[in-house]
Design a protein around this ligand. Structure first.
Ligand SMILES: Nc1ncnc2c1ncn2[C@@H]1O[C@H](COP(=O)(O)OP(=O)(O)OP(=O)(O)O)[C@@H](O)[C@H]1O
Ligand SMILES: [Mg+2]
Length: 139
C-alpha cells in the first residue's frame, strides 16, 4: 500500500491506520520494520501507531534503544541506529521482546536485517516534494 503525507500529522495518521487495521484483523503480535533516512518521520509514524492503543508521548528511543509502552496493547519501540552486531542485539534482550505479546516497531531495521521475521511488515518512508512531502509504503 502506498500513502502520501504532507506533514507530520499526516504521517502519524497513516501509522494510526496501520494499527487500526492490524487490530481489526485480529493481529495481536506483529513486527514492523521501518526504513527511511534520518528525520524522515519514522518516530512520527510510530507515535501515530501507538496512539491507536491509547499510548501518548512516544519519543525517540535512540539512547535507550527500546521504549516499552503499555496501552490497550503493548508497543515495543526500537531504534536500531546504534546496533552494530549480534552481541548488541542480545544485550538488549531482543529475543525476549519478540516472544512477548504485542507489537514491535523498529527504526533503522536495516541494522538487524538478519533478525527480521519472515512475516514482518515493512514500512518505508521516502522524501518527495518540498521539505515536508513523504511517500510511505506499507508492505
Ligand atoms: N510529512 C512528514 N512526516 C513526518 N515528519 C515530518 C513530515 N514533514 C515534516 N516532518 C518533520 O520531520 C521530522 C521527523 O522526525 P522523526 O523523529 O519522526 O524522524 P525519524 O525518521 O524518526 O528520524 P531518526 O532517524 O533521527 O530517528 C519532525 O521534525 C517532523 O515535524
Ligand atoms: Mg526516530
Amino acid at each position: 500500500m502506498i500513502y502520501y503525507s504532507s506533514c507530520a500529522q499526516d504521517t502519524e495518521e497513516i501509522g494510526r491506520k496501520l494499527a487500526a487495521r492490524l487490530e481489526d484483523e485480529g493481529v495481536t503480535h506483529a513486527f514492523i520494520a521501518m526504513r527511511g533516512e534520518m528525520g524522515v518521520g519514522k518516530t512520527a509514524f510510530t507515535r501515530g501507531f501507538a496512539s491507536h492503543f491509547g499510548i501518548k508521548g512516544v519519543k525517540s528511543p535512540t539512547y535507550t534503544i527500546v521504549n516499552e509502552y503499555a496501552g490497550r496493547r503493548s508497543v515495543f519501540h526500537f531504534d536500531m541506529y546504534r546496533i552494530e552486531n549480534d552481541d548488541d542485539l542480545y544485550s538488549i534482550d531482543f529475543d525476549g521482546y519478540t516472544a512477548r505479546e504485542g507489537y514491535i516497531i523498529a527504526e533503522w531495521s536495516e541494522n538487524i536485517d538478519d533478525f527480521i521475521p519472515d512475516d514482518a511488515i515493512f514500512v518505508t518512508i521516502l522524501r518527495t516534494d518540498g521539505a515536508d512531502g513523504r511517500k510511505i509504503m506499507v508492505e
